[in-house]
Design a protein around this ligand. Structure first.
Ligand code: SF4
Ligand code: SF4
Ligand SMILES: [Zn+2]
Length: 187
């Protein structure tokens, strides 16, 4: 398989957590997901967001939800992508280039990329994430992200915006702390 190409096994993972994409307009109702192929979350967004840590995706996975309540199961989910996804120039371009992440693109960072980065941790961290995909490859980055968004105390997932573990209230590395460290390293 081409490292930059599409692999269902690699990008559609059952299980954990979350996303609210403020860049997208996805807003998720609470609820559970029937175990169908299109209900498997896609954890990579082209722009560098880790969908597995997004509150919107987490809400869509919660037990008890009706299928009609599912609003987002990740940027590349075939049926339940963010509502903004079909209009997103970055996602369209990545699709044409047959990459799941812009970090896999030979033209990264193109002119579409810098406007993606801003001072909100979830969006500012796109730069760190895309650089990591470029430097280490997507599989390594995905494995690191899964660990990074898992509580060291209770083993449950947490996500962007959480200040403590939502399951056990334990201490976590917040997105704000990670982003502050990233910015400091850059200066
Ligand atoms: S690639 Fe576009 S649609 Fe997908 S998460 Fe990023 S900004 Fe939203
Ligand atoms: S050209 Fe830019 S937007 Fe398109 S896939 Fe490459 S890095 Fe992403
Ligand atoms: Zn915990």
């Amino acid at each position: 398989m081409n490292k930059a190409g599409w692999s269902r096994r690699q990008f559609f993972v059952t299980g954990s957590a979350a996303v609210v994409c403020a860049c997208c307009t996805c807003r998720v109702a609470r609820g559970a997901v029937a175990p169908a192929a299109d209900a498997q979350p896609a954890l990579v967004a082209a722009c560098g967001i880790y969908c597995g840590a997004c509150p919107a995706l987490g809400a869509s996975l919660k037990a008890g939800a009706k299928r009609s309540d599912i609003k987002c199961l990740g940027c590349w989910n075939p049926k339940h992508a963010p509502s903004y996804a079909p209009k997103c120039a970055v996602r369209k371009c990545a699709k044409l280039k047959k990459v799941q992440s812009c970090g896999q693109c030979k033209d990264y960072p193109c002119k579409l990329i810098p406007p993606l980065f801003n001072d909100k941790p979830k969006y500012g961290l796109r730069e760190k994430n895309l650089n990591a995909v470029r430097d280490q490859g997507l599989e390594v980055w995905l494995a690191d992200q899964k660990k990074r968004w898992t509580c060291g105390t209770c083993g449950k997932g947490f996500g962007y915006g959480d200040k403590q573990c939502p399951s056990c209230s334990g201490k976590i590395l917040t997105d704000a702390e990670e982003f502050a460290a990233f910015k400091q390293k850059k200066t």
